[in-house]
Design a protein around this ligand. Structure first.
Ligand code: SD4
Length: 337
């Protein structure tokens, strides 16, 4: 169902429908004009493709996604290739094998991907594999499953031709040694400059896909998994409606199924911006028992190529590649600090 259809259904349910009907033929004519205009706008976005991703590194990832599209890639290829560039950048301390380790000194990776026909793949607690997002895609396309974890996920990756990489980031090792001195476990987002990448893409057919990849919280308990590889929490796509992905303290997102919520709000007629704002407020409400400050930021796109972004607190930014221009934007936020 198109966004305008769902919006109409939403209106039909309200008292506004009667008023709209009583306007008769004039309102229908203007609705038709609006539909034609919306359709044209959609086609423009489709032609040029769209990529939207979290934090500063999103600029590079968006470029890689659009480059993939221009060589014939679809939305899923864009979502995979876009974030792979960040996974391969070992100077990034929050994504890929350069990521900060858990409390026992091991870097463990989480990732997921979802395509435009509703298929999803995910890996969690994966070690020594360079591209968790690619393994997630393999789970999606080559197995009857959605999620694989730990050793089993690693074995599967090896069976599909991937190799073990024993990379140790000097920066991550140094940070870990410093952390060991106090061994204080206090996961605070933003302040520790997390950079998990969540990406939403739209290709020349107007199909939508998404991906999310992270090394999770720095110095997390061994075995801890956040929201990023969880379909419905860190990422959700419904190609009839749109998609959503995010970043932040995963536990708070897991408790509120944020990505799924955003897509459902859009289904009911909310714009991507309205949906992100409502969902972030919901995250805050559900997690009101939390004593420490935390950050969460979410992005959304709908079928018309309209986008939304919202943070719980200041500091969340994202990169948007739309109509041929790629730019970094500071998201609006809910709480003052
Ligand atoms: C997690 N959501 O593992 C991730 C962390 C993150 O920016 O997004 N950091 O909880």
């Amino acid at each position: 169902m198109s966004h305008s259809n769902s919006r109409r259904q939403f209106l039909t349910k309200s008292g506004l429908a009667a008023a709209a009907l009583s306007l008769g033929i004039f309102s229908r004519a203007s609705e038709n004009r609006t539909n034609v205009r919306e359709k044209k706008k959609e086609l423009e976005v489709y032609k040029k493709g769209l990529a939207l991703s979290t934090w500063n590194a999103g600029i590079i990832a968006n470029n890689a996604a659009l480059a993939t599209m221009s060589t014939g890639g679809n939305a899923t290829d864009m979502a995979e290739e876009g974030v792979k560039v960040i996974e391969a950048d070992y100077s990034n301390l929050s994504v890929g094998l350069g990521g900060l380790p858990d409390r026992e000194g091991h870097t463990t990776l989480d990732a997921c991907i979802m395509n435009s026909i509703g298929q999803a793949g995910s890996v969690c607690f994966l070690e020594k594999i360079k591209h968790p997002v690619t393994v997630a895609r393999m789970v999606m396309e080559r197995t009857p499953h959605v999620m694989m974890v730990g050793e089993g996920a690693q074995q599967f990756a090896l069976s599909q031709g991937m190799t073990l990489e024993d990379y140790e980031s000097p920066e991550a090792v140094k940070a870990y040694k410093e952390w060991l001195v106090k061994s204080e476990y206090k996961p605070i987002i933003n302040i520790e400059n997390h950079d998990t990448i969540g990406m939403l893409t739209m290709d020349t057919n107007g199909d939508i896909a998404g991906s999310c990849t992270t090394s999770g919280l720095a110095f997390k308990m061994r075995g801890r998994v956040g929201d990023s590889p969880i379909i419905g929490a860190g990422l959700y796509i419904d190609n009839e409606i749109g998609g959503a992905t995010g970043t932040g303290l995963g536990e708070t997102v897991l408790r509120s199924c944020t990505a799924f919520l955003i897509v459902e709000l859009m289904r009911q007629g909310a714009s991507p911006q309205e949906a992100c704002e409502e969902a972030i407020k919901r995250v805050e409400k559900i997690n009101r028992f939390m004593k420490d400050d935390y950050q969460v930021g979410f992005l959304a796109v709908n079928k018309q190529g309209e986008v939304g972004a919202f943070g719980l607190r200041p500091g969340f930014n994202y990169a948007l590649h739309k109509n041929g221009a790629n730019q970094l934007i500071d998201a609006k936020y809910h709480l003052k600090k």
